[in-house]
Ligand binder design. Structure first.
Ligand SMILES: Cc1cc2nc3c(=O)[nH]c(=O)nc-3n(C[C@H](O)[C@H](O)[C@H](O)COP(=O)(O)OP(=O)(O)OC[C@H]3O[C@@H](n4cnc5c(N)ncnc54)[C@H](O)[C@@H]3O)c2cc1C
Ligand code: SF4
Length: 598
């Protein structure tokens, strides 16, 4: 009986995992494939994308024709349940609310977490990204290298399915042979971007996204992942067989009922549940890690949201994967006589060095793309091509550290209610037949550039417990402090300048203007939804919260497998690295269990 009520989750498990998203899902999969008995506690409700995903609904079937609202910021059909920038009854506070100084926090409360609706961009960190301080003296090195992570990137790509190509570019690692799926064909706008971008020296290559462009080779992949474990091989193969290839028609943000993209709920949890080794309690809001007399973790306390009762769950090892800030919150709230500043906080670094991605966007309109013959360009619902950072050799002259990649969008995707209104700057309020003709002319001629860059961790971007505010369960909430440095704002200005140059090279015009002031161009903290850090890993217990195994220095049977232990946030979107790292840490936990060290 894998889904349990809190009344039935009374055993002592090998491992207890908090959270079921990218980090929790991967941890549960890896541990159960090798026979560990796992209890997963998830604050959100149960969610099954194969039954619930509104994949085939059209905009006119939705209120406001699917436009965003405060409770559904990304539109009515977005897969998020009980979440968004605000979660009812679960506030957080900020010390500043202006764009430059605030941190916006996106959460969701559902099985699978944000993996049900994430963008699926899946890039590997490169060798430089693990040793950034060694290269430029800023931020922190990871206590591990790319070589430590590379085998796990291979495994995750084989398991979840990532399309892309190997290009041999600097700090943009190639995958091992047969790990990547073939990328989808470029759209017309992609081809134009590639041509003009290359003339400006900007590489434009196949995007990397966790979408199946063809069915997974279940036989080969499962055998490669588990050559000496026939049970895991069978469970993995059986689960892979159930996933269909993309049908190129529906927005991934609604979730995918045919399992063609990665969600924890269709990829990690089904084989883990089928193993019989995983029990899940949903609607279990964890607020504290509990300790035995010797100061080792022996479980957690949580609120059963169905009954309002406070419950305990027990395990030999506790893994927090509730998302970076939530895991930090649980630790900060786990105060005791031995740990008055919060658990695993003897360094005083818990909550510190919170990072997001540097983001800036620009839209252009390109006459060459007007009046194209009608054709379907829904494609893989995002990024067929992208530009990895290309200016590694010019860092000294740029005025900012590190770099960014470009996520590019264009094409004739299904029109929405706002397709015409977004053209107002070109149609100038025309109406009737003229307006219809103009909408037909301009439809598909827009190009969208999003820069996604690296933030350097700083002392002024962190979270702590707000002494005055509690959520509806009575749990103290987080208070965020945020500050960009000039490295980030100058990078955002560089993004704007670059995008304007590319739009110009495409023969197009910029909507509005490229913002030269980086402080105005940069998206608010947290708004790119790539938050990592807060419990960084390091080689030294005085300056970090965990060691290289994401095992807290203070409590040796307590681990973190979300983004909290990241000591840096490369321009590469973090989720593939969260999963690869969770697999690496889980292998370490399994080895300790086998050696009976816990
Ligand atoms: C719209 C959107 C687009 C994105 N696009 C990309 C992208 O293209 N590429 C990329 O790399 N990343 C992307 N991300 C970010 C990505 O979703 C996250 O990096 C990833 O999901 C983090 O995994 P996680 O396991 O740490 O957290 P989550 O996936 O958020 O899972 C955490 C889980 O823990 C549960 N939980 C929280 N608190 C508690 C508690 N106290 N007790 C019990 N359970 C708890 C939550 O309910 C949730 O289910 C995107 C995010 C969003 C929202
Ligand atoms: S575009 Fe493909 S992967 Fe995305 S939801 Fe549609 S079928 Fe699934």
């Amino acid at each position: 009986m894998p889904f349990l009520s809190s009344d039935n989750a009374t055993d002592t498990y090998d491992v207890l995992i908090v959270g079921s998203g990218a980090g929790g899902g991967q941890t549960a999969y890896t541990l159960t494939m090798d026979g560990a008995r796992v209890l997963m506690l998830e604050a959100g409700r149960n969610y099954d994308p194969t039954r619930e995903t509104p994949m085939f609904q059209t905009p006119e079937q939705a209120p406001l024709r699917e436009d965003g609202t405060p409770d559904k910021p990304f539109g009515f059909y977005d897969a998020t349940i009980d979440g968004g920038w605000k979660v009812p009854g679960e506030p957080y506070t900020q010390t500043r609310t202006d764009d430059a100084g605030r941190f916006d926090w996106w959460r969701t409360r559902m099985l699978g977490g944000r993996t049900n609706h994430w963008g699926r961009y899946s890039f590997r960190n490169g060798p430089y990204d693990f040793k950034p301080r060694t290269r430029d003296g800023l931020g922190f090195d990871w206590p591990i290298s790319y070589d430590d992570m590379a085998p796990y990137y291979d495994k995750v790509e084989m398991l979840i399915g990532v399309y892309g190509s190997n290009e041999g570019l600097e700090n943009t690692p190639d995958s091992s042979p047969d790990c990547l799926l073939p990328p989808p064909k470029p759209l017309v706008s992609d081809l134009l971007f590639a041509d003009r971008g290359r003339k400006l020296g900007i590489p434009v290559v196949a995007g990397h996204r966790a979408v199946l462009t063809q069915p997974l080779d279940w036989k080969t992949n499962a055998a490669k992942l588990y050559p000496n474990n026939p049970t895991a091989q069978q469970l993995t193969a059986d689960s892979m067989k159930k996933r269909a290839a993309c049908i190129w028609a529906t927005p991934c943000g609604r979730g995918c009922s045919i399992g063609a993209n990665y969600q924890s709920t269709t990829v990690h949890l089904p084989p883990a549940l089928a193993s019989g080794k995983l029990d899940i309690v949903t609607e279990a809001m964890v607020y504290e890690v509990t300790l035995d007399k010797s100061g080792r973790a022996n479980g957690v306390s949580y609120v059963d949201k169905k009954t309002g009762k406070h419950r305990q769950a027990k395990a030999r090892i506790v893994v927090l994967a509730a998302s970076s800030c939530e895991s930090v919150r649980i630790l900060l709230n786990s105060k005791s006589a031995k740990f008055p500043q919060g658990l695993a906080n003897s360094s005083g670094k818990l909550g510190k060095y919170l990072m997001d991605t540097v983001g800036a966007d620009l839209v252009g309109q390109v006459p060459l793309l007007e009046d194209l013959p009608p054709h379907n360009e829904d494609g893989a619902s995002g990024g067929h091509v992208y530009s990895p950072w290309w200016l590694y050799k010019e860092h000294k002259s740029l005025g900012f550290a590190r770099g960014y990649h470009i996520e590019f969008g264009g094409g004739r995707g299904m029109p929405g209610v706002d397709t015409g209104t977004h053209m107002e700057w070109l149609t100038h309020g025309s109406y009737g037949k003229k307006f219809k003709d103009e909408v037909r002319r301009y439809f598909g001629s827009f190009v969208y550039f999003s820069g996604r860059g690296e933030m350097i961790p700083n002392e002024n971007s962190y979270c702590e417990i707000d002494p005055n505010t509690k959520d509806k369960f009575g749990i103290p909430v987080l208070r965020f402090h945020w500050q960009w440095s000039e490295h980030e704002t100058r990078q955002a200005a560089h993004m704007q300048k670059t995008f304007a140059q590319v739009i110009d090279a495409m023969g197009g015009r910029v909507r509005g203007k490229a913002e030269a002031d980086g402080a105005k161009a940069i998206a608010p903290g947290g708004s790119i939804i790539h938050e990592v850090g807060g419990a960084i890993m390091g080689a030294d217990a005085k300056s970090s919260v965990t060691n290289a195994w994401c095992q807290t220095w203070d409590v040796d049977n307590l681990f973190l497998t979300d983004g909290a232990p990241f000591p840096s946030n490369a321009d590469k979107n973090p989720t593939l690295t969260i999963m690869a790292n969770a697999w690496r840490v889980s292998d370490h936990i399994l080895a300790r269990l086998r050696r009976k060290e816990v």
